[in-house]
Design a protein around this ligand. Structure first.
Ligand SMILES: *Cc1c(COP(=O)(O)O)cnc(C)c1O
Length: 385
């Protein structure tokens, strides 16, 4: 049945090579708007913490049901949340072994010890059982990662946290608008940390991030911490330690616009996922598992196959780029040969991370390109079925 899908690579909608992500296309599409925002920011006379940042923070807070602080990155959002939660030397923080390195680096930045735990088969989300087994008297926090755009098992994770008095800091870098039982990622834990790096589902011009907090006290602490420990109105009075980690006004203006596009963009990602799912049914590869109580936002569309390496080079030869997310587990990273950490057994992550391959997935991916991806995968399994 899939054999009848022929890629229409001859149409000018296909721009070979097909890139693994859509970040450059998205920025190029916004070129004229970005030029206009730049003029407006210049005319405003304020390049940091001005009207655009205020507007963006209001928009983010309303959307995610809390108070938002715009920051320079997802990495610093996690780091500051840990510090504000009082986590420091001697404390352990549980993170999944299969995630971007920032999830753990943030813990090291707070001078605490990350503890790497296993993930669930099929969804690759942090395993609640593995969290339970990793808890010691030193454990102070859990950072569940909503990997690839699907929310982790939050009811169970929140129950574990409550039982043991742990802080929950959600890593929502890949999960803008993803939901669990109708509630958005970032609304469960004490802190919801998002990235707005250029390659994420919402990503402005370069680096960026934000944090959702639940109360005024954490709001004030976060507003100070990303701004050298001072209030936004008094320039040389520093109340606490802080870093310089703000979002630029230009980026805030761009991101405000992108937030209004997010529902449409995520819908397009889900449509592409459905197209891929249908085309790959019957092939010997596992498509992403979407749990019934969740809405996935497909930051990545990740397939699982014994032949990941060969499929990757087959697609590469046809001008289609893919990604490995992540080629190395945290416990395999050279950085952690020198950094404090603890590793729990992670057999699921170890047995599977080399079998995961992310296919092109972004709203700017044309129909012809989707068909080219499908034809590439289908032709590969005609030889490797
Ligand atoms: C991107 C990402 C981060 C870090 O966000 P930056 O904005 O790049 O600093 C953290 N965790 C995960 C899971 C990510 O994908």
């Amino acid at each position: 049945m899939t054999g009848t899908l022929i890629a229409s690579t001859s149409t000018d909608e296909t721009h070979l090579p097909v890139p693994p992500d859509g970040q450059h296309r998205r920025i190029a599409n916004m070129r004229h708007l970005i030029h206009r925002y730049l003029d407006q920011v210049i005319d405003s006379g304020t390049s940091l913490l001005g009207e655009y940042t205020r507007r963006l923070e209001q928009q983010l807070g309303e959307r995610w049901g809390g108070h938002a602080v715009a920051t320079s990155s997802g990495t610093e959002s996690l780091h500051f949340s840990l510090r504000i939660a009082g986590i420091g030397p001697g404390d352990e923080v549980i993170v999944p072994d299969m995630t971007f390195v920032s999830t753990a680096f943030a813990v090291n930045a707070a001078h605490a010890t990350p503890v790497f735990v296993d993930v669930e088969p099929d969804t690759w989300l942090i395993s609640p059982d593995a969290i339970r087994k990793a808890i010691t008297p030193k454990t102070k926090a859990i950072i569940p990662v909503h990997l690839y755009g699907q929310v982790a098992e939050m009811d169970e994770i929140m129950a574990i946290a409550e039982e043991h008095g742990l802080v929950v800091i959600e890593d929502c870098a890949q999960a803008h608008d993803a939901t669990y039982k109708g509630k958005p990622a970032g609304s469960f834990g004490d802190f919801g940390c998002f990235s707005m790096w250029v390659g994420k589902n919402v990503g402005g011009l370069d680096d960026g991030g934000f944090v959702i907090v639940k109360d005024e006290q954490n709001l004030q602490a976060m507003q100070r911490m990303h701004n050298l420990g001072r209030d936004r109105t008094i320039r040389y009075l520093h109340h606490s330690w802080g870093s310089r980690a703000r979002l630029s006004e230009l980026n805030a203006a761009i991101l405000s616009h992108q937030i209004t596009m997010l529902p449409e963009w995520n819908e397009q990602r889900r449509l592409i996922a459905t197209t891929y799912d249908k085309a790959f049914a019957g092939l010997p590869l596992a498509t992403p598992t979407v749990l019934p109580d969740r809405e996935h936002v497909f930051y990545k569309y990740t397939v699982h196959t014994e032949h990941a390496d060969a499929l990757e080079s087959h697609l590469k030869n046809r001008g289609i780029s893919t990604e490995r997310i992540y080629p190395y587990l945290l416990s395999e990273q050279p950085a952690f040969a020198h950094l404090p950490h603890r590793v729990e057994p992670t057999p699921v992550a170890r047995a599977n991370n080399a079998k995961l391959l992310c296919l092109p997935m972004y709203p700017e991916l044309s129909y012809a390109e989707q068909q080219a991806v499908i034809a590439g995968v289908t032709s590969f399994f005609a030889d490797h079925g």
